[in-house]
Design a protein around this ligand. Structure first.
Ligand code: FE2
Length: 292
């Protein structure tokens, strides 16, 4: 069994220091095999925020796999945003923006969905790129078949039932189909500071198909009607996953019920566009070198 702690949207330095210390103590009292961080480590991508965030991650008694979120790119320093948006991430957090971690049971694959710009006015929504999905396919194809595959990415793949108009990541439908095709069991994400899970079967004991787990913010004071929360996951070699949601009650971390949402929502992209793009990802991944 592999034990994973899933944290998201920590947002240093807009954090509650009491919650940060209590979180560190909880994790270090019972360290997991891996801490997976699905983006937005900082609030405004300032240097001092990265320093504090990285210091927190280094203080955990477990390996850390982290991917950037939209807040980890500067909105103020536009020269840096466009010239080298992940410079500070690389310097303070990790050189690899899409790391992989594995043991005998799981392979955890990071995907970076934060983008320096978008065609729309809102640059915060993020996107999966076609080349990125091709690379992801190649990463999966060299993995041993028996490993349970887990994706960590910042942006939301599904909106919550109660707020169907919340933005989801660009090409999320394509990515989900690519994930399904490649046997991905779990996606760990964040962004909206809302915690919920959506799969195709009851999630209390998840063994089949693809489950998307969205986390609330672990430590930020910017709450969206939900308490701070994080996840502890136990992943068995047969793909069975148990998920414990732990929320801050104002004094301590406590286990709370997971919020399971209904059937997958209708696709945002028109279905006729999704399958050809999924097929194109497979074609490019299998093309001879230089043609992909
Ligand atoms: Fe975000």
């Amino acid at each position: 069994m592999t034990r994973i702690v899933h944290l998201s949207d920590l947002h240093f330095d807009r954090v509650d220091p009491v919650i940060v210390e209590a979180l560190k103590a909880e994790i270090n009292d019972d360290p997991p095999d891996l801490v997976a961080v699905s983006g937005d480590l900082t609030q405004r991508a300032h240097r001092h925020e990265f320093k504090r965030g990285a210091e927190f991650l280094r203080s955990l008694r477990a390996p850390v796999l982290a991917v950037p979120g939209n807040h980890d790119i500067s909105y103020i320093n536009l020269v840096q945003r466009f010239a080298d948006p992940f410079q500070r991430w690389r310097r303070y957090v990790a050189r690899d923006l899409e790391p992989t971690w594995y043991d005998d049971t799981v392979a955890v694959l990071g995907l970076n969905t934060a983008r320096r710009a978008a065609l729309s006015l809102d640059w915060s929504n993020g996107r999966f790129g076609m080349r990125q999905l091709v690379r992801f396919r190649k990463r999966c194809e060299v993995l041993p078949d028996h490993l349970v595959r887990i994706v960590v990415a910042h942006h939301a793949l599904h909106p919550p039932d109660a707020e169907p108009d919340l933005d989801i990541v660009g090409r999320g439908d394509v990515a989900l189909d690519v994930f399904r095709e490649l046997g991905v069991n779990l996606v760990l994400a964040g962004h909206h500071h809302r915690g919920y899970m959506r799969g195709h079967e009851p999630v209390a004991s998840w063994t089949h198909g693809l489950l998307v787990v969205q986390a609330s913010t672990a430590t930020s004071t910017r709450l969206r009607g939900e308490p701070n929360a994080y996840h502890r996951l136990n992943v068995e070699a047969d793909g069975h996953v148990e998920i414990e949601v732990r929320a801050w009650d104002g004094h301590r971390w406590r286990e709370v019920a997971a919020r399971e949402e209904g059937a997958p929502r209708p696709k945002r992209l028109k279905a006729p566009f999704v399958q050809p793009m999924v097929a194109e990802v497979a074609r490019r991944a299998n093309a001879p070198a230089g043609l992909g």
